[in-house]
Design a protein around this ligand. Structure first.
Ligand SMILES: Cc1cc2nc3c(=O)[nH]c(=O)nc-3n(C[C@H](O)[C@H](O)[C@H](O)COP(=O)(O)OP(=O)(O)OC[C@H]3O[C@@H](n4cnc5c(N)ncnc54)[C@H](O)[C@@H]3O)c2cc1C
Length: 480
């Protein structure tokens, strides 16, 4: 057992680095700091670190040999997928003693089973690649994130990613049947089962899903597939308040039932940002509205048309004056235009100066109260601050982001990050919510964990970590 805290361990000597490099071959070893650069910083620049080496293994066996050597020598390892994580879990610290294991080369679709509706993939397959492979077999893999071109299945599993289709299909955890994981000591757990029913003791895969690379490196997964919806319809509705969004959601749930596959919320300020900074965008409705709801219904033709149901939802909401105006997409292109307004939101905020972010969830019925209380609090703390609460309304998941006042210094605004986080999280806790709905804990929220987990939960989590990684080599300093 290695008790030395990871940050105090020495930078691996050259001879040890050569042993690591020999496992993957020099061609797939990155030694120069300048070549490592894309692996050392996350896309918003919030976290930047140093590494001793970046290794790009091409097989489970190579990952196994890397971890066996790391475990033997006490070398800290940072697993990295597509580097799109938003809490810094994939970025090394600045000690320079960590080895990054990038899964990018492990990008094979292993099998697609259209009878069992399952697909077995390498962990380094991008989400877009996985969705395309399902599509080619006339199936749907429903996980859908704006980062799908870069993020990888291993990263999706390790963060238990959510996205826009959770309402109908669940988080990544619910979409997973089996896993292949390399343990800290190099042993390989082959849990690549595609069974829908398997009650043979502890469900080990659930330990590794959402573990953010702290318990093992995921090298393969069996994912659930679904019939491809034959019809899909999108609409955008303009509303005067979040409370009305809640009423619209109730109607959509009742009439749409299982065919309601997405229900997203965007405030007017978000639409304005997108119109100002996004390419190929236009105001979706005639006049401005304080809030917008984006609804998607999909299903099989035999279940009745998604379009008819969507029309019924909007008619009822318009007649009850819950909705001010609405438009149903007349074409695939228009549907994509509606979705683009939502998907560009993360990106365009960067053009409006500093943004203090929160990824929280509260019980759906309490979203209006949360938004009202949080906005009152942050604008009192920083007059002129511009709240941009948007996200997955149907899951109770709001990305409560706050843009700086236009005339404030960006650094001075960002210096208030912890203080604003603390105030918003206090409201979340008061409403029995979660301070991390879908992005995880990583580096960003590690110190907040003791505030939101009971002593029993923390004890159990630490016991699991100690059992599976007694030498503390797997992503140390993240999550726990
Ligand atoms: C524009 C944008 C939009 C986004 N929208 C959403 C959204 O709607 N919903 C959502 O949930 N997230 C969203 N994200 C966040 C991000 O895309 C997800 O967290 C994604 O699942 C991370 O995957 P990745 O491959 O990039 O992982 P990385 O960023 O590389 O790593 C994330 C974590 O997983 C660990 N890890 C990665 N691969 C492995 C592996 N094979 N084995 C073990 N550990 C591993 C890393 O150590 C790290 O702790 C968004 C990000 C961006 C940039």
């Amino acid at each position: 057992m290695n008790d030395t805290p990871a940050k105090e361990r020495p930078v691996p000597p050259d001879a040890l680095l050569d042993r690591f490099a020999a496992i993957v071959g020099e061609k797939y070893t990155v030694r120069e700091a300048s070549d490592m650069a894309p692996h050392l910083v996350e896309l918003r620049g919030l976290y930047e670190g140093r590494a001793a080496l970046v290794l790009r293994p091409g097989s489970t066996d190579e990952v196994s040999r890397i971890l066996a050597l790391a475990n033997e020598t006490g070398t800290p390892v940072v697993p990295q997928g597509g580097n799109t994580g938003l809490v810094g879990g994939q970025i090394p610290f600045d000690t320079g003693n960590e080895v990054i294991v990038s899964l990018t080369r492990m990008n094979r679709i292993r099998t697609v089973d259209s009878v069992g509706n399952a697909m077995t993939v390498d962990a380094g397959v991008t989400l877009a690649q996985a969705r395309e492979a399902a599509d080619a077999a006339d199936r749907l893999f429903p996980l859908s994130l704006p980062s799908e071109g870069s993020c990888q299945i291993g990263g999706n599993l390790s963060t238990n990613a959510g996205g826009a289709a959770v309402l109908a299909y669940g988080n990544t955890r619910e979409l997973t049947l089996g896993l292949e994981v390399v343990l800290a000591d190099g042993r390989v757990w082959d849990g690549l089962r595609s069974l829908r029913k398997d009650n043979t003791g502890y469900d080990l895969k659930d330990l590794f899903i959402g573990a953010e690379g702290t318990l093992g490196i995921i090298t393969g997964a069996v994912l659930k597939l679904f019939p491809k919806p034959e019809s899909r319809t999108t609409a955008i509705a303009g509303l005067s308040s979040v409370a009305n969004v809640g009423m619209l959601f109730e109607i959509a749930r009742r009439i749409g039932n299982a065919s309601l596959t997405a229900f997203e919320i965007v405030p007017r300020i978000g639409i304005e940002y997108v119109l100002r900074h996004g390419q190929q965008t236009r105001d979706p409705l005639q006049g401005p509205h304080d809030w917008y709801a984006l609804l998607e219904l999909s299903g099989q033709k035999a279940d009745g048309g998604a379009e008819d149901r969507l029309e019924a939802i909007l008619t009822e909401a318009l007649e009850a004056e819950i909705v001010e105006d609405a438009a149903i997409a007349a074409s695939l292109g228009q549907s994509e235009d509606f979705w683009r307004l939502r998907e560009l939101l993360s990106e365009v905020q960067g053009h409006e100066g500093g943004s203090i972010k929160h990824d929280v969830s509260v019980p759906v019925a309490l979203i209006p109260e949360f938004v009202a209380r949080a906005s009152e609090t942050v604008t009192k703390m920083i007059p002129g601050a511009r709240p941009v609460p948007f996200g997955h309304y149907g899951d109770g998941n709001i990305h409560y982001n706050v843009s700086q006042p236009p005339d404030m210094d960006k650094q001075a605004f960002m210096a208030r990050w912890d203080e604003v986080n603390a105030a918003v999280h206090a409201i979340v806790k008061d409403l029995n919510g979660s301070i991390s709905a879908e992005h995880g804990i990583g580096r960003m929220k590690r110190d907040l964990l003791p505030e939101v987990k009971s002593a029993v939960e923390l004890d159990l989590m630490r016991a699991i970590k100690k059992t599976l990684d007694p030498n503390g080599i797997l992503n140390p300093g993240k999550l726990l």
